[in-house]
Design a binder for this molecule. Structure first.
Ligand SMILES: NC(=O)c1ccc[n+]([C@@H]2O[C@H](COP(=O)([O-])OP(=O)(O)OC[C@H]3O[C@@H](n4cnc5c(N)ncnc54)[C@H](O)[C@@H]3O)[C@@H](O)[C@H]2O)c1
Length: 305
C-alpha cells in the first residue's frame, strides 16, 4: 500500500517512542511528511530530552522520508501551535494529527497527590486540546480538511490504580466526540471534510510492561494501519468513533445513550418515590467491575501458587 498518504503532512505527538514511533515510521513509509513531536521523557514525564525526537527524524530521513522534530512539552498551549505550525511552515498544510504522547503516574485515588493528578491530565487531555485546537483552526480553512486521531485507552471506562489516567482518557473521548460534532456541523454547511476519532490501543511498550495481570496484547506496529486508515482519504467519512486496536483485532465501541427512563407521576420526584419505583430505571451491569472480580481472583490464585 505504498503511497497511501502521499503528499499529506502529519504531526504525531509521542512520535519518538512506542506506538507513536511505529505510527510515524509507517506514515512516512506511505509518503507523508512528518512532524515528530516528542518531549523525550521517562514514563512518568521526567528527564526531557530532544534526542528521542531527533533520532526518530534521523531514522525517517535515512529511510528516504521527510520529517522535522519538535521536542516541546505538549501540555503547553504554545507547543500545540508550534507542532501544527511546523507542518504548515515547512510543507504548506496540516492534513492530520495523531496524539499518542502520554505518561503514567499510578496511584490509588485516595493516595494521589495533586501533582500526580495535574501532570497526567495536562499531558493527555490538555495535550490533545492543544494539538486539536491548533490543527482544527487550520483544517477548517483548508479545502481538503484533515483528520484528528486521539489516543484513549480501555481504561477510559474505569481504572483502580490510574484514576488520573482514566479521567484523562475519558476526557479525550468526549473532546474527540465534540471535535467530531463540530466537524459534522461544518460539513453540513458545505465546509471541508474533517474527521475526529480515537484509538484505544494495547501493545507491548514500556507503558504496558508492568500491568499486573494477563492482557491481550500485540506489537506497536499493529496499531499503525488503523491510524493510517483514519488519516487517509479512504477513512475520511469515519467520524466520532472509538476503536480498540490490539494485535490482529479491531473493535468499535458503542456510543453512550440513555437506556431506560422512568417518569414521575407527581410534579417532582421525592427520595421516597424514587426508592419505591427505582427498579424501573435500575442499574446497568458494569462489565469492568465484573472483569475486575475475575482478575482479582486470578491474581489471588497466582499469589497462592
Ligand atoms: N501501550 C499500551 O498497551 C497502551 C494501552 C492503552 C493506551 N495506550 C496509550 O497509547 C499512547 C502511546 O503509549 P505508548 O505505550 O507508546 O507509550 P510510550 O511511553 O512508549 O511513549 C510515549 C511517548 O510520549 C512522549 N511524551 C510523554 N510526555 C510528553 C509530553 N509532555 N510532550 C510530548 N511528548 C511526550 C514520550 O517521550 C514517549 O516518547 C498513550 O497515550 C497511552 O496512554 C497505550
Amino acid at each position: 500500500m505504498a503511497g497511501f498518504l502521499e503528499g499529506k503532512n502529519i504531526a504525531i505527538t509521542g512520535g519518538g517512542a512506542g506506538i507513536g514511533k511505529a505510527i510515524a515510521m509507517a506514515v512516512a513509509a506511505e509518503g507523508a511528511n512528518i512532524v515528530v513531536a516528542d518531549y523525550g521523557v521517562a514514563m512518568d514525564g521526567s528527564d526531557p530530552s530532544s534526542e528521542v525526537a531527533d533520532a526518530a527524524v534521523a531514522e525517517i530521513q535515512a529511510a528516504g522520508g521527510q520529517a522535522v522534530a519538535v521536542a516541546g512539552d505538549i501540555s503547553e498551549f504554545d507547543v500545540g501551535e508550534a507542532v501544527v505550525a511546523a507542518a504548515c511552515d515547512n510543507w504548506g498544510t496540516i492534513d492530520g494529527v495523531v496524539c499518542p504522547a502520554g505518561v503514567l503516574r499510578e496511584r490509588m485515588l485516595f493516595n494521589m497527590s495533586e501533582d500526580e493528578w495535574d501532570h497526567v491530565i495536562a499531558v493527555h487531555l490538555k495535550g490533545h486540546f492543544n494539538v486539536y485546537r491548533a490543527a482544527f483552526a487550520r483544517m477548517r480553512k483548508q479545502e481538503t480538511g484533515g483528520s484528528l486521531v486521539g489516543f484513549t485507552s480501555g481504561a477510559f471506562t474505569a481504572s483502580t490504580a490510574q484514576a488520573n489516567y482514566s479521567a484523562a482518557k475519558g476526557g479525550i473521548v468526549s473532546l474527540t466526540r465534540s471535535a467530531a460534532m463540530i466537524a459534522a456541523s461544518l460539513k453540513l454547511r458545505g465546509g471541508p471534510p474533517i474527521n475526529a476519532n480515537c484509538i484505544a490501543p494495547v501493545a507491548k511498550t514500556r507503558m504496558s510492561e508492568n500491568v499486573p495481570f494477563e492482557i491481550e496484547t500485540g506489537e506497536p506496529e499493529d496499531i499503525a494501519p488503523m491510524a493510517l486508515y483514519l488519516l487517509s482519504d479512504a477513512g475520511r467519512d469515519v467520524n466520532a468513533q472509538i476503536y480498540t486496536v490490539v494485535g490482529k483485532r479491531i473493535s468499535v465501541w458503542n456510543q453512550p445513550i440513555e437506556v431506560r427512563t422512568m417518569m414521575s407521576h407527581d410534579d417532582q420526584w421525592t427520595p421516597e418515590s424514587i426508592a419505591a419505583r427505582f427498579d424501573e430505571v435500575g442499574q446497568e451491569p458494569n462489565p469492568f467491575i465484573t472483569d475486575l472480580e475475575r482478575r482479582m481472583a486470578e491474581m489471588a490464585k497466582e499469589g497462592e501458587g
